[in-house]
Design a protein around this ligand. Structure first.
Ligand code: LMR
Length: 346
C-alpha cells in the first residue's frame, strides 16, 4: 500500500514539474512536431539601444508589423528601444539565455568574440551603405556573422546605419593634429582605440545609454557617431563642434537565439523569416534617408558648429590612419581586407 502511494506521489510530482517547466516563449520540441501546420502563439522580444526615428527601430517596426499581421495576431512582437529592456552591457547575454529573441547590435561591440567584427571601424573602408552591405552579404561577411554559433546565436542579416562623424567640445577639427590631446568615447574595439592613438588622442569605451551624460559632464571631450544617432539622442546639446568625416561606420546585424529559431515550426518560421527580410529591406532602404534628414535637422537646430572637410583635408586623415591596416592585418586577416577591397573600389 505504502509503495503505491509513493509511486502515485512521484507521478503527481513529475506531472506538476512538466507543466510548470514550459512557461517560456520558446515552443517545445513536441509542439513543433505535433502542430507543424499551426501558427505558434508566441511573444517575441526585440531589444535595442537607440531611439525610434532611426534605421534600426524602423527595421524592427517593419518586422513587427509584418509578423503580427501575417500571423493574425498569434505572434506578438514587442520592441524595446533606448535600452529600455537591455543595454549594451547585457543584451548579448540575454539573447544567449533566450530572454530576448532578437537584437541588432553595432558590430564593433562584438570584437571581444571575434576581432573581424572590427571591419566597420577600419578607416575609410566603405564609402556608402551599398558597399558595406555588399561586404556583409558576401562570403567573408557571412562567415563572420556565423561566428557566434557556438554561443547559440545566429547572425541573420546586416542592417546599416551609416558613416560616423566626429563631435567634440574643444575646437573645430579640420586636420589630424586637431584631435591631439583630446579624449573620445568609442563603441569599443581595438581598431577604434588605435584610430585615436594614431591621432594622438585618448579613448574610452562607454555604453550608448551613458554617452549623453558622459559628454555633458566632460568625462570625454567627444565621440563619433552617425547623424541619426547624434540627432535622435540630442548630442548636439552637449557638443560644440561636428566634423563630417565618414571615416568609420555603425553597422548592425540582426541576431537571434538558435534554440528559439529551431523550435519554430515550419509555418511560424516562414512568417518570422519573411518578417526579418521585410525589416532588413526597410532598415537598408531607409538608413541613408534617415541620416540625411538627421543632418538637416542638426543644421536647423544650429547647436553645433559644422565642419565639412575638403577632399584634401579628408586625404590627410586617410594618410594618418593608413598604418592601422598593417597593424591589424594578422588579427583581422588579409582575406577579409581583400573582401573589403573587392566591394569598396578604394
Ligand atoms: C553607439 O553605441 O554609439 C551605437 O553603436 C549605438 C547604436 O546601436 O547605433
Amino acid at each position: 500500500m505504502k509503495s503505491k502511494f509513493i509511486v502515485l506521489f512521484v507521478f503527481l510530482l513529475l506531472s506538476v514539474l512538466i507543466a510548470c517547466g514550459d512557461d517560456s516563449n520558446e515552443p517545445t520540441a513536441s509542439e513543433k512536431n505535433t502542430n507543424d501546420q499551426e501558427i505558434q502563439e508566441i511573444t517575441i522580444k526585440f531589444s535595442h539601444v537607440v531611439a525610434e526615428n532611426t534605421p534600426k527601430h524602423q527595421g524592427a517596426l517593419a518586422m513587427k508589423e509584418y509578423i503580427e499581421e501575417e500571423s493574425g495576431g498569434k505572434i506578438k512582437v514587442e520592441i524595446y528601444p533606448m535600452s529600455s529592456l537591455f543595454g549594451d552591457q547585457d543584451e548579448y547575454q540575454n539573447l544567449v539565455a533566450n530572454n530576448v529573441q532578437f537584437i541588432a547590435p553595432d558590430l564593433s561591440k562584438f570584437v571581444g568574440n571575434n576581432s573581424q567584427f572590427n571591419v566597420p571601424s577600419l578607416p575609410f573602408a566603405f564609402r556608402n551603405d551599398e558597399e558595406a552591405i555588399a561586404f556583409w552579404d558576401g562570403e567573408k561577411g557571412q562567415e563572420i556573422l556565423s561566428s557566434l554559433e557556438d554561443d547559440g546565436v545566429i547572425g541573420l542579416y546586416m542592417w546599416p546605419n551609416g558613416g560616423k562623424h566626429l563631435t567634440n567640445n574643444n575646437k573645430p577639427i579640420e586636420k589630424p593634429e586637431d584631435v591631439n590631446g583630446m579624449k573620445f568615447r568609442t563603441q569599443g574595439g581595438q581598431v577604434l582605440e588605435a584610430v585615436y592613438t594614431a591621432l594622438g588622442a585618448g579613448s574610452e569605451s562607454i555604453p550608448f545609454d551613458e554617452l549623453y551624460t558622459a559628454l555633458d559632464q566632460g568625462v570625454i571631450d567627444g565621440q563619433e557617431n552617425t547623424f541619426s544617432n547624434i540627432e535622435s539622442r540630442k548630442f548636439d546639446e552637449v557638443q560644440k563642434y561636428m566634423t563630417v568625416m565618414n571615416h568609420t561606420r555603425v553597422d548592425y546585424a540582426i541576431f537571434t537565439n538558435t534554440t528559439f529559431w529551431e523550435n519554430l515550426n515550419d509555418t511560424t518560421k516562414k512568417i518570422v523569416e519573411e518578417g526579418v527580410k521585410k525589416g532588413t529591406d526597410v532598415a537598408r532602404s531607409e538608413a541613408k534617408a534617415l541620416n540625411d534628414a538627421a543632418y538637416e535637422t542638426l543644421k536647423e537646430r544650429g547647436q553645433v558648429e559644422i565642419i565639412e572637410l575638403t577632399d584634401e583635408q579628408v586625404a590627410a586623415f586617410r594618410e594618418a590612419l593608413e598604418p592601422i591596416y598593417d597593424k591589424f592585418e594578422d588579427q583581422i586577416g588579409a582575406d577579409v581586407y581583400e573582401a573589403v577591397k573587392d566591394v569598396s573600389g578604394n
